[in-house]
Design a protein around this ligand. Structure first.
Ligand code: HGY
Ligand code: MN
Ligand code: MN
Length: 447
């Protein structure tokens, strides 16, 4: 007798093992660092392409290097459902941030193709080539290309070795002059769903394996550079100095203060670079990164203005110059109510309490929301830790996510079939493993 749980368990174990495999692809031994255009990303992408093909997806690499797998529906011309996440990582990142969503998507298509089912719409699984912005400080490059919102000016961005994005795309086997060909029009897509680790503590605190995302916080990334006068650490008297580093320190404390004093705002200086950076030289300039996030764009914009003013005032008081450059701004993105309601139904059908929660982290859905309604399913991760080698997920929570995504596709298929007046709905409900609709409100332990 087919046991749903045993099947889910083995599929989840395969997803887990593949996350372990992808963790081997890194530019820095001993930790996971997989930037855009790197050999590590190329190797990871090759493995994912093999797994996609084995799952019945027809694969291709687009002009910016996204890996795209297509599984046709009963009507191949119908608008597609996109399911995806990113394959790149932050520096010293975790195993699951990105890859988990890609591998769960492959698992649900593998089950579809294995049972010979065709939904009334095509599915496109996408492994985005660049979401984190690690190499060029600009995020969502892969999903922006798919959404048709990629600004060609980005191709002139340079990385730490002064290599342009244009060169990196070419080196990665893409075509920088043809990024527009990556784009899907809104008529070609009817929705996007992403499975992603929560990267926060809520689900673990509730004892739940999965949660449904209500929206993605807005984000401002800025570059702040204080400039003074470099000099000999041993010979320039303190009162004669124009040292930008104490100014930067004052600004970092101001960022912390604004973050702590504004409800639901998170404010981070994650990178500081001191030039020339020698112990016996007074710094000439200090460059800081600034990352501000909030679910309400008005509050975030107000914090940006306040900190810009603070930076200017600090510079004036210390007879320094300051350069403030917005690197990227993304408005807060709500998840689509209908897709989200269907995802919540799938969570309930899998027997779990439905926890709705916002995302403080950015995701490719921010970019894809330009062409399609989005929905996201969060998966519990230990301690909510992410962007760290300590990132970890339980196989039973992966199994819950696979189960929910299976059901979501079945419910979506029924809904689309009904809309088209076809009677596929009956057939589709047979596909959604109703065999063991478990008791409601299971927790992780019973998962
Ligand atoms: O920075 C973020 O929120 C995401 O990890 N890209
Ligand atoms: Mn991330
Ligand atoms: Mn991510």
């Amino acid at each position: 007798m087919f046991s749903k749980d045993a099947d889910l368990e083995s599929r989840a174990s395969a997803v887990f093992a593949r996350c372990e495999r992808l963790a081997l692809f890194t530019e820095e031994s001993g930790r996971i660092t997989r930037p855009y255009g790197s050999r590590a990303l190329l190797g990871a992408r090759d493995d994912v392409a093999d797994w996609m093909s084995a799952a019945g997806l027809t694969t291709r690499i687009d002009a910016i290097g996204n890996l795209r797998g297509r599984y046709d529906g009963s009507d191949p011309t119908a608008p597609a459902l996109l399911i995806g996440s990113h394959l790149d990582s932050v520096r010293n990142g975790g195993r699951y941030d990105g890859p988990l969503g890609i591998l769960v998507a492959i698992s649900v298509v593998e089950r579809l193709s294995g049972t010979g089912h065709r939904l009334p719409f095509p599915i496109e699984v996408i492994a985005f080539a660049e979401e984190e912005g690690l190499r060029f400080q600009a995020t969502y490059l892969g999903s922006r290309a798919v959404a048709g919102t990629f600004d060609a000016a980005l191709l002139d961005l340079t990385d730490g070795e002064r290599i342009t994005l244009r060169q990196a795309v070419r080196h990665f086997g893409g075509n920088p002059d043809d990024v527009s060909s990556c784009a899907l029009a809104g008529t070609q897509v009817f929705g996007y769903v992403e499975v992603h680790i929560e990267q926060g503590p809520r689900l673990e605190s509730r004892g739940l394996p999965v949660g449904v995302v209500t929206g993605i916080a807005g984000q401002t990334r800025a570059d702040v550079t204080f400039r003074g006068e470099t000099g000999h650490a041993g010979t320039v008297a303190m009162e004669l100095r124009r040292d930008p580093l104490p100014a930067a320190a004052e600004f970092v404390l101001a960022v912390e203060h604004v973050g702590r004093s504004t409800t639901d705002l998170v404010a981070t200086v994650g990178a500081v670079s001191v030039d020339p950076g020698a112990s016996n030289v007074i710094p000439g300039s200090v460059e800081l990164s600034l990352d501000l996030r909030h679910p309400d764009d008005v509050v975030r914009d107000r914090a940006v203005v306040e900190l810009h003013d603070r930076a200017r005032n600090i510079a004036v008081a210390r007879n320094l110059d300051v350069n403030w450059q917005i690197v990227q701004e993304n408005a807060a993105v709500p998840c689509d109510p209908e897709l989200t309601a269907l995802l919540a139904r799938a969570v309930a059908a899998a027997g779990y309490s439905v926890e709705m929660l916002p995302s403080g982290a950015g995701h490719d859905g921010v970019a894809i929301s330009a062409i399609a309604p989005i929905a996201m399913l969060f998966v519990c991760c230990a301690g909510g830790v992410s962007h760290s080698p300590a990132e970890s997920v339980d196989i039973c929570d992966i199994a819950a996510a696979v189960d929910v995504l299976d059901r979501f596709l079945g419910l979506l298929g029924e809904q689309v079939a009904h809309m088209h007046g076809e009677d596929q709905a009956r057939d589709l409900s047979g596909w959604v493993s109703t065999a063991s609709l478990p008791e409601m409100g299971k927790t992780r332990a019973e998962g």
